[in-house]
Ligand binder design. Structure first.
Ligand SMILES: [Zn+2]
Length: 216
């Protein structure tokens, strides 16, 4: 479930509409769900503001091709699952025990039965997989399973938070060396390197690495 990278938005003077652009830098669908909150902490940006945002997120994530009619309750449930995934990831990164309530919420969703793929026929009569048509609860169940697989699996030690001062995105570092620092070399990495370059030109003064106010 990958998505083509969208054009980077300017670090400075971000238009308000850009805060509704989703981020796809996590390397896993469940981490990309946590990225629907930008700049966690003071000044956090909510990118799932209404049910249509969640329907759009599911499509852009490649989880469905349908336009789902998401309800207010389902949006609340998605935000709750998102919060649990983020807190469990934070606990895993800190090598502390996640909250039991967060595990219970995650497990509530993973316990949902999910339809599997079927078979359909191509134009030439050869069979190909038919993806199951999932509704919003089904997609949340799929997200929870992805999170459980990640947070309890061999890659759990590779979950990182972006090193940029103004970026709180989580990503899976699957680099060979395991020393990846930024959610995106094109965005945060490039800005950090430019800031280091400017700082050197100014004679080594410490600069805020970004200048911009874009919450990620
Ligand atoms: Zn970043």
């Amino acid at each position: 479930m990958t998505k083509a990278r969208t054009a980077p938005v300017p670090a400075d003077g971000e238009p308000p509409a850009a805060t509704r652009e989703f981020r796809w830098r996590g390397g896993r669908t469940s981490l990309n769900l946590t990225a629907t909150v930008g700049g966690r902490g003071p000044g956090a940006v909510e990118r799932l503001r209404d049910p249509a945002d969640l329907a759009r997120w599911f499509r852009e994530a490649g989880m469905t091709e349908r336009h789902l009619a998401v309800s207010d309750e389902e949006l609340v449930a998605a935000r709750a699952l998102r919060g649990a995934v983020h807190r469990i990831a934070a606990a895993v990164r800190a090598a502390t025990a996640p909250e039991a309530a967060d595990l219970a919420l995650l497990n509530h969703w993973t316990a949902r039965p999910l339809p599997g793929p079927g078979l359909t026929l191509d134009g030439d009569g050869s069979p190909r997989p038919l993806p199951p048509a999932l509704d919003t609860p089904g997609l949340l169940g799929l997200l929870a399973r992805d999170a459980a697989d990640l947070l309890g699996g061999p890659l759990s030690g590779r979950i990182r938070e972006c090193a940029a001062a103004d970026c709180t995105l989580l990503f899976v570092d699957e680099s060979r060396a395991g020393a990846r620092r930024w959610c995106s070399m094109d965005a945060c990495g490039a800005r950090a390197k430019m800031a280091e370059y400017r700082a050197r030109r100014r004679g080594g003064t410490t600069a805020h690495p970004h200048g911009g106010t874009r919450p990620d």
